[in-house]
Design a protein around this ligand. Sequence first.
Ligand SMILES: *Cc1c(COP(=O)(O)O)cnc(C)c1O
Length: 229
Amino acid sequence: MGIKENIKHIKNKISKLKKEYNIERDISIMAATKTRNVREIQEAVDSGVEYIGENRIQEAMDKFHQLNRDVNKHFIGHLQLNKVKYAVRMFDCIQSVDRKELIDEIIKRLPGDKEYFDIFIEVNISGEKSKHGLSKDEVEKLVKYILKKDKIVLKGLMTMFPYDADKNYLLKKAKEMKNLFDNLKKYNEKKNVNLKHLSMGMSNDYEIAIEEGSNMVRLGSAIFGERSY
Ligand SMILES: *Cc1c(COP(=O)(O)O)cnc(C)c1O
């Protein structure tokens, strides 16, 4: 199947899940576009994907100037401090914020034409050593740090599940994320915390993630086919 057919198939699947689980909320589809070329990304956007996510600054630089599409661009990879100055110019949001230094640098590097910058906090819900992100217990502290800052708005949480976990484990971790997300919404009264997006679910596990409360799934291979690294 091609990109367009894949997206249609995913949208159908999401509609079915919404019926099955009585889900009323909107569920956004992000195309995870690492290793995909500009033509493939354009096709995904033209087929109704509202968000794209890139993992590497250099790769985004190479592609975005040719993209020619109006689409929300999020950074979803691990971000080094010395790359923040590029990220805040090219992207609408950074989903992978996991430390204070990154927040300070985003504020410091904010271009003059932007009043504020949207971020998500990345949570390492499985505790795997190979994964970036804060542990569940560290998140609230970073939220409190954000509350003291201007020019930055916390819009969501992002997580990645282990690649080969079984369904029960995924259900449990997805529930933990949803609980954390709902608990942190108490800060939504405050000026620069506006938690709306729970970004969880990839090609392998997006159905479980939706079942448990995700409202943004980040899909690579389900949209574009297998990646060849
Ligand atoms: C690659 C990637 C995805 C999508 O992975 P697939 O398994 O191809 O769907 C989602 N999120 C992040 C952060 C990624 O790096």
